[in-house]
Design a protein around this ligand. Structure first.
Ligand code: CA
Length: 278
């Protein structure tokens, strides 16, 4: 887990403070080590199940694009890249995507024009997250009016980007229904905050319930330490072992009722085994 903990702290794309020109976006400091990290994630990706969420990342800065793609792929998403606005529209017209991550400063066709065309000419309703260095309210307003669903300003954390992509996909697929979550023998009644293995009640603390909820929302998906820590402690975990302790408690409680499907991927995160793996 140490690798993940350390990398999660440095996975931030930095641009000079107040810099409005997107061409100056660059990775700073520890991210010079990007390409050392990628082989680990690439190796991990081979172990992952097929993703159910297909993301198109439109970004002309190759280093940023590559880091976003590697990060999302390591968490089980299927990701394609377009490096300019026209290429993005061609791909959007040819394939079905679940979420679009869209830079604004793009060659050939500006991101805002891409947004307008995909909504009005292609008639696409997929969720769009705008990822840009433009932090002016006028830019945000124009994007939301043109049909954006979310807006993230660079520099950004890859963990936060992933959380937002996940939330957009979840909302678009209606997974936020108030009915209980089910995964194999597990059932989680969110309204009553009560978990079950089969018909046996599992007594869990609120934090363990939250971990279980995140895992059960997408069984099979690898969930990173950063994502779980952000879900449990938005202001930061009390210490580096806090999450591990909570996972241990969750696993022990589930195991007492006969469920052992919370899988650890060392250095990467956790996932809930799917019904056909159990
Ligand atoms: Ca750009």
């Amino acid at each position: 887990m140490l690798n993940l903990l350390q990398t999660s702290k440095v996975e931030t794309c930095n641009s000079p403070a107040g810099e409005a020109n997107e061409t100056s976006e660059r990775f700073a400091g520890p991210l010079g080590e990007n390409f050392k990290r990628i082989p680990m994630l690439t190796a991990a990706r081979k172990l992952l199940p097929m993703s159910r969420c297909h993301v198109l990342v439109v970004e002309d800065e190759q280093t940023i694009a590559q880091n976003v793609v590697e990060y999302l792929e390591a968490q089980g998403y299927t990701v394609d890249i377009a490096y300019d606005g026209k290429a993005a529209l061609v791909q959007l017209g040819q394939q079905t995507f679940d979420v679009l991550v869209l830079d604004l400063g793009l060659p050939r066709l500006d991101g805002q024009q891409v947004l307008q065309q995909l909504r009005h000419q292609l008639g696409l309703t997929l969720p769009v997250l705008v990822l840009t260095a433009r932090e002016a309210m006028s830019s945000k307003q124009a994007c939301f009016e043109a049909g954006a669903d979310d807006y993230l300003v660079k520099p950004f954390s890859l963990a936060e980007l992933s959380l937002r992509v996940h939330a957009l996909h979840r909302r678009a697929t209606g997974a936020m229904s108030s009915g209980p979550l089910r995964a194999g023998p597990l059932r989680l009644d969110l309204r009553a905050q009560q978990a079950f293995v089969g018909d046996k009640v599992v007594h869990l603390s609120p934090r363990c319930l939250k971990i279980l909820e995140v895992l059960m929302r997408d069984p099979g998906r690898l969930v990173s330490r950063a994502e779980l820590e952000e879900a449990l402690w938005p202001d930061g975990p009390p210490d580096s072992d806090a999450l591990r302790s909570q996972i241990h408690l969750l696993r022990r409680a589930l195991s007492q009722e006969g469920f052992n499907g919370v899988e650890t991927r060392h250095g990467l995160g956790w996932r809930l085994q799917t019904a056909d793996e159990a």
